[in-house]
Write a protein that binds this ligand. Structure first.
Ligand code: KG4
Ligand code: ZN
Length: 393
């Protein structure tokens, strides 16, 4: 079985093709185009991101099909009825219609069994581009669509063991994996999720204000370092030895009894620290490096402490990390040496699968394939919550 998956919930345009044969997975392609435009503004502007997705989707799809050896040129025009429906489906995606029509008239229907697309949570205009594109492909190719929860996908990408590149991989053994505690840390979310089994999730804690990734991004903006902030802060922080670090920032809610987080105060303390430091010092390389170290250190401390509390209380066998912030080297290393490997198995995705990508949508699509629907029923759910799909959001 082959699944072609589309991800556009934020600022990465991702398309992947996954093949499953007798429980073994092969990644045929996983192409991500990260939008650079937002670096100039220090954050993602949904309307700008939507426009970029409209431009990127067809080239990314062609690239993914070619890499999967599923791009077969044909030369057949769509009939007037098809064109009329295609125009209707893409009426709000003016930048995408012409590219899609040309693509559909240039390439044959590929041999894939399902489409999968992120229908939430995420930025509404961005979600619509991916969903409308999936509708268009589904209509012309007559292939069903599996709507996918983006947060579930960040978790599910870890279920096939060592899924990456072209090597075949199998699903983790449920007996030794579950219950698991999953920490999903991204630009929009910071959630602790109890994973009872594949497909059965419960949010047990989450941020009350900013997400951890958002805190990295805002701190980087305050320090004049650009966007996305996480990778930049992490790189600059590498220059500081722990022994030399002299700035300490607060660890909000670290000792609260629940599993919730709060990161907006941390961002504010970065602002105050900068304001209260003499300008000539505040501009120095050393100060910026130390601030980056302090921000990263505080975020890591809180994330690890709360995750370990949850793992202990829920008698988890496994801790699963996911989301863009889980690409952070310090966080990964600190988790691996803080955890007792006799008590917990730590599952961390390869770095390129921590940040948004199409493959995670394909894998989650695979596990949700019985929920496939016709394109007419597809919609977007910007505030979708894992464990409470559809009607309950
Ligand atoms: O999961 P993701 O790609 O997109 C969302 O669904 O939000 O996460 C993006 C977030 C951004 O806030 C970015 O700064 C952060 O992940 N991020 C990192 C690193 N790489 C990406 N944060 C810390 N360290 C990193 N290496
Ligand atoms: Zn994400």
């Amino acid at each position: 079985m082959k699944i072609l998956a589309i991800e556009t919930s934020c600022d990465d345009t991702g398309i992947a093709i996954l093949e499953e044969k007798r429980g073994k997975f092969t990644v045929l392609s996983n192409i991500v185009s990260s939008q650079q435009i937002h670096a100039n503004y220090g954050g993602v502007f949904p309307i700008m991101a939507k426009r970029e997705h409209q431009t990127n989707l067809v080239p990314v799809l062609v690239h993914a099909l070619k890499q999967a050896k599923l791009a077969n040129p044909k030369s057949k025009t769509l009939n007037p009825k098809q064109i009329q429906t295609l125009k209707k489906i893409l009426e709000k995606e003016s930048g995408l219609y012409q590219f899609t029509k040309e693509f559909l008239e240039t390439y044959e229907k590929p041999s894939v069994d399902y489409l999968a697309v992120t229908h939430g949570p995420g930025l509404e205009p961005c979600l619509w581009v991916g969903v409308n594109f999936a509708k268009a492909l589904s209509f012309v190719w007559d292939i069903p669509v599996i709507p996918v929860n983006h947060i579930e996908a960040h978790i599910a990408v870890n279920f096939p063991e060592k899924i990456n590149g072209n090597s075949k991989s199998e699903i983790l053994n449920p007996k030794t994996t579950f219950p698991a505690i999953s920490l999903i840390v991204s630009g929009g979310h910071t959630q602790l999720i109890l994973v009872k089994k594949i497909g059965e999730y419960e949010i047990i804690g989450e941020t009350r204000d900013d997400a951890a990734g958002e805190c990295f991004d805002k701190a980087a903006r305050i320090l004049g370092l650009g966007y996305p902030g996480g990778p930049i802060i992490s790189k600059v922080a590498e220059k500081v030895d722990r022994g030399r670090a002299s700035i300490t920032l607060p660890r909000p809610m670290m000792h609260s009894k629940d599993y919730d987080f709060s990161f907006s105060g941390l961002k504010t303390s970065v602002l105050y620290k900068l304001r209260d430091t003499k300008p000539e010092i505040a501009k120095s390389k050393t100060f910026i490096q130390e601030m980056c170290f302090a921000v990263q250190d505080a975020i890591c401390d809180v994330l690890i402490k709360k995750t370990l509390n949850a793992a202990k209380d829920y008698k988890a066998k496994t801790i699963i990390l996911g989301g863009g912030v889980s690409a952070n080297q310090e966080l990964r290393e600190r988790f691996s040496y803080t955890l007792d490997p006799k008590t917990y198995t730590l599952i961390v995705p390869p770095r390129e699968l921590s940040t948004d990508n199409g493959l995670m949508i394909a894998v989650a699509g695979y596990f949700n394939r019985t929920k496939k629907i016709g394109w007419q029923r597809l919609s977007v759910h910007p505030n979708l919550r894992i464990g409470k799909e559809f009607g309950n959001i």
